[in-house]
Write a new protein. Sequence first.
Length: 113
Amino acid sequence: MKLPRFASLTQLISEMKAQEKHEFDKVHDQMRSLYHELSVLSKKSTNTAINKFKLKFVNSILGQSNQFLKEISLFDADEMPSNSDVALILGQYLKCMEKFRIDNTKSDSLDWR
């Protein structure tokens, strides 16, 4: 699902300070990238466990997203979830990030591009 283009990039997250917006955009972009990469991996081998390096990186991004989404659970390294498990959960968190962006967006017009 593609999000609508907003009237102005400067209006995207109006209630956030510039630094918070920058951090949100960085985390959101990283989460989208992780989701894409892990979705590709999960299609190749659905039940293959994610490796520790990737899991540590995923948990780092999820931890950073906590400042926006609150109470996000990290993956347990002892349980070593599969690529498809991580992709599934990242997809859910990504939708929450997109909802957060929309809920905190102000537009001066009704013309969404």
